[in-house]
Design a binder for this molecule. Structure first.
Ligand code: CA
Length: 557
């Protein structure tokens, strides 16, 4: 080989190496202000940025830099990732790389679905984002495939099928790369699936392990299911887990048991409505905690398990924070799963509290009645809970969690149901409307003290916000309305600093980064998720569909 050819080879190799995301970079993601390498803006899922160029004083000068059409009129819930000036974004139907400075598309790879793919999955057709590692973009598809693409070209490198879409399995989750393994969850608890979390080899796509969230009768916890009920026990895993590299532990939440009618599945129904602490290399469970045993409602505990270092009773503690759909805000010692606090952060009537000795909810008559098939009014609503999937932010400087909470109850009643592959398996009585909305605001953006569940401030919204939250060291909290306004609030007072109409409803996950001296903030716009589908909220009829990505920065003064 001639020297020039060898040098060219080395140059290509060096540039490839420089452009590939390393395990070390993923670990440092939360403090890497020039990139957004992780779902949740860090393995800890805090969605907090140390950046300060956009702050309480300057936020009023935010202007759009560019907007990119997603050519897709579904719900846009995907979190953008940013690496070396390139944005990687997903819809259910495509993966895209976009120049972060100009908004120009670099590549776009469509997801081809076989015609028989059911086009209606539980709660909206969407995708929540990608993972980056070692020059590859990893994503999931509605027909339950995990795909690796070349980050440079968008070319597909490998594809693996996780489960059969005809049996109600689907995927919307953003993968997590932890300890050199690609982890993915699964959707479909409303269709009688048996939930699981998978581990894949990032290089080859080889299936490394599967941990079922529903144990078989011979496994630990198997005795919490009667007869064959475990086979369709639900326990979906549709939101990305957090990861503590020092403890080498992944924290992943699980969904509701199936069917909703709990009379057919007596027992605690492990490990539904739980958080699982897993070894990412093997999928082995280190500890678990079940928020809602034998849950008769739809209280998925899938939403983000935020990791933080906090003082608890005068002691620095590695905690896990969870604003649960069941209405309680939980704080754990994440090294061992010990429950440290559990307090309501919205109106709750299904339980009077959590017994701190046993960790079990102290259930109220509403829950007993629901199990007996009586019609009840449950707070928070069985349908959306106290906070749905849309992720909160934890700001370590204020010590507060900023979350979009839901402030309404719903009627609920079950009926008997028979399992049929690929069909709804809830046992929900749909002969009446679950809704009886008053005039009160249906949602609040709250700044919550994790240890008490109490709000330092709250900002009401008539139509509840269903988007992610981002907070920054500039003292700004970003989120958005289903009516399209992307908003900035003062982290200390809740005062609105700025808003911008993005053209469709916001259900996305805002992120921020800084490059060449400019701080950018980005969010997807495009509505069509669970609330807009199921609530019958007539005020949303005038909100146009249409997906786009918006990027903002401070107008030069
Ligand atoms: Ca569910």
């Amino acid at each position: 080989m001639k020297w020039s050819a060898l040098a060219a080879c080395l140059a290509v190799f060096a540039s490839y190496g420089a452009n590939a995301q390393t395990a070390g970079q993923l670990v440092k993601g939360a403090s890497d202000t020039s990139n957004v390498l992780n779902y949740g803006m860090g393995y800890n899922l805090q969605r907090f940025s140390p950046l300060t160029q956009i702050n309480k004083d300057t936020a009023k000068n935010l202007v759009p830099v560019w907007s990119y059409s997603l050519a897709d009129d579904r719900s846009q819930e995907s979190q953008p990732l940013v690496y070396e000036g390139i944005i990687y974004l997903t819809t259910h139907a495509a993966t895209m790389a976009i120049d972060a400075k100009t908004g120009k598309q670099i590549w776009k790879t469509k997801v081809e679905y076989p015609p028989e793919t059911p086009r209606i999955v539980c709660c909206g057709i969407n995708n929540r984002g990608a993972a980056l590692f070692d020059g590859k973009v990893f994503r999931t598809t509605l027909d339950a495939n995990v795909i690796a693409l070349d980050a440079k070209t968008g070319k597909e490198l490998w594809r693996q099928n996780a489960a059969d879409v005809k049996e109600g399995y689907s995927m919307t989750v953003a993968p997590l790369v932890a300890d050199g393994v690609v982890l993915t969850g699964i959707s479909g608890a409303e269709f009688g699936i048996r939930g699981f979390i998978d581990g894949w080899d990032p290089e080859t796509g080889n299936h490394l392990w599967r941990t079922y969230t529903i144990p078989s009768p011979d496994e630990p916890g198997g005795d919490s299911w009667k007869g064959d009920t475990w086979k369709h026990g639900g326990g979906s895993t549709w939101i990305t887990g957090s990861y503590d590299p020092e403890l080498n532990t992944v924290y992943w939440g699980t969904g509701n048991p199936g069917p909703f009618d709990s009379a057919v599945r007596p027992g605690d129904n492990l490990y539904t409505c739980s958080v699982l602490a897993l070894d990412p290399k093997t999928g082995k469970m280190k500890w678990h905690y079940q928020f809602s045993p034998n849950n008769p409602f739809d209280f998925d505990a899938v939403a983000e398990m935020v990791l933080a270092d906090m003082m608890v009773e005068g002691r620095p503690t590695k905690v896990l924070l969870d604003a649960n759909r069941n209405g309680f805000f939980y704080v754990f010692d994440r090294t061992n799963g010990k429950l440290l606090a559990a307090n309501p952060f919205v109106k709750v009537n299904w339980a009077s509290g959590i017994d701190m000795k046993t960790g079990r909810p102290i259930e109220a008559d509403v829950t007993t009645d629901a199990r007996e098939g009586k019609k009840v009014m449950v707070h928070p609503s069985w349908f959306a809970g106290a906070k749905n999937w849309s992720p909160m932010s934890f700001n370590p400087q204020t010590g507060l969690a900023y979350a979009n909470t839901l402030s309404f109850g719903t009627y609920y009643k079950t009926r008997s149901v028979t399992y049929k592959a690929g069909a709804w398996y809830t046992g929900l009585d749909r002969s009446f409307s679950p809704f009886e909305f008053g005039d009160a605001p249906r949602g609040h953006l709250k700044a919550i003290d994790p240890m008490t569940g109490k709000a330092k401030w709250e900002v009401p919204s008539d139509i509840p916000r269903y988007s992610g939250v981002l907070s920054t060291a500039g003292g700004v909290v970003f989120t958005g309305e289903l009516t399209g306004e992307f908003e900035a609030f003062d982290a200390d007072s809740g005062k609105k600093l700025w808003q911008f109409q993005t053209g469709s409803g916001i259900e996305g996950q805002p992120v921020t980064w800084q490059r060449d001296g400019v701080q950018y903030v980005a969010v997807t716009s495009g509505y069509g998720g669970a609330y807009s589908i199921f609530s019958g909220d007539e005020r949303l009829a005038s909100v146009p569909t249409g997906g786009s990505l918006w990027v903002f920065a401070i107008r030069p003064q």
